[in-house]
Design a protein around this ligand. Structure first.
Ligand code: GLC
Length: 370
């Protein structure tokens, strides 16, 4: 079935929004804001930089973040309404392939909200959870860090207060379920909060979720990022939960007209076809400034940073994609930011599941051969 897509977009990370979002429910109008400028918009009332809590043993969580290293997302699989409906069904062979290519972690986006009861106690579907376990266990068997990411809970973005209890109940179950798993299983609270779930409100939900998870998983790394689709610009408004074992995440798809040209879920994106990224000094400088926002925030707040998604869609030309992908990965690495490419074998895919081979220019960009 063809996906019905909501799309709200901002062009650049600097304009205050990571620039995308989609759902499977209501179609909506697209707004295309003006092209990015180099100067970030001044915040209305930025939260003051908080001194790091002296009680937090920060070294441990920085090490845990470093274990993520270079990761890839299993996009369009378990976060489709049902696995397979977006063209990707995970296969056992993918895990050793990923490991042998040099990746060190997988982010597993999962639409838990489609597989939990709508009434309290919001019980998760056991067979679906088994399938998620299968993916997690396959990753662990390869020595990969496995990030269990709650993805596409679109209803909570529209009606956060109505869905809060259910969101927390799902995490209560997941936390209990994974409490005895390897420390290499990390939790990601919610992919790309947006809409009515503002950065501030989300900060409150996240604090409660962390509190719940800590009852059963006292030290497991929890990944959490700000609102507006995990935009780096929103970090300045984000107050992360007081917890020693958090990794802070953001996503990067800028310039959006380049990375999302021809993307079926991005209204108007046909017109962006042909946009190239030539790696000029100016483009690289803009990218560096975007990343500096996140790196600098991490430094000031003494938090490790993970770039959970970045990628350029397959409709862009391969030379530009490879150049951009290499620039993002290297910039992140220089700034001590770990990363996960979006994604493995679908529209942004670094792997071609039909030819059963890596797309070498992308793989080389991600994991350069020495
Ligand atoms: C977000 C969306 C995902 C989409 C990607 C690129 O992660 O959740 O579905 O493919 O961004 O737009």
């Amino acid at each position: 079935m063809k996906r019905m897509i909501i799309f709200c977009l901002c062009l650049s990370v600097l304009s205050g929004c990571s620039g995308k979002g989609k759902s499977t429910s209501t179609p909506a109008a697209t707004q295309v804001p003006p092209t990015s400028t180099l100067i970030p918009t001044a915040p209305a009332s930025p939260s003051p930089t908080r001194a790091p809590s002296p009680t937090l043993p920060q070294a441990a969580i920085f090490e845990r973040n470093n274990r993520i290293g270079r990761a890839v997302n299993f996009g369009n699989a378990l976060e489709a309404p049902n696995e397979g409906e977006w063209g990707v069904t995970l296969k056992e062979e993918y895990f050793p392939l990923i490991k042998n290519a040099g990746f060190t972690a997988v982010r597993i986006p999962v639409r838990f909200s489609n597989h939990a009861a709508v009434e309290a106690p919001y019980t998760l579907d056991a067979a679906f959870l088994e399938r998620v376990d299968w993916a997690v266990n396959n990753a662990l068997d390869q020595g990969l860090v496995a990030i269990v990411d709650m993805h596409h809970y679109v209803e909570i973005f529209e009606k956060p207060l109505e869905h809060k209890e259910r969101f927390l109940a799902i995490w209560t179950q997941l936390a209990e379920h994974y409490q005895d798993y390897s420390p290499d299983v990390y939790f990601e609270l919610l992919n790309e909060p947006n809409g009515q779930l503002t950065t501030e409100l989300w900060g409150q939900f996240a604090a409660e979720a962390v509190g719940i998870i800590r009852q059963t998983n006292p030290t497991r790394p929890i990944i959490v990022g700000p609102g507006q689709w995990n935009s780096a610009v929103q970090l300045q408004f984000f107050t992360p939960p007081e917890d020693a074992n958090l990794i802070i995440t953001f996503h990067y798809y800028s310039p959006f007209h380049f990375t999302h040209q021809g993307a079926e879920w991005a209204t108007g994106s046909e017109a962006w076809m042909g946009t190239k990224w030539d790696g000029s000094d100016t483009l690289r400088m803009i990218m560096r400034q975007d990343f500096f926002l996140a790196a600098d925030w991490g430094k000031r707040n003494n938090r490790p940073i993970f770039l959970g998604e970045f990628g350029a869609y397959s409709k862009a030309d391969m030379d530009s994609r490879a150049l951009w992908t290499d620039a993002v990965a290297r910039t992140a690495e220089e700034l001590g930011i770990t990363w996960a490419y979006w994604e493995f074998c679908s529209g942004f895919g670094v792997y071609d599941p039909v030819a059963n081979q890596w797309r070498e220019p992308l793989l080389d960009a991600l994991i350069p051969q020495k």
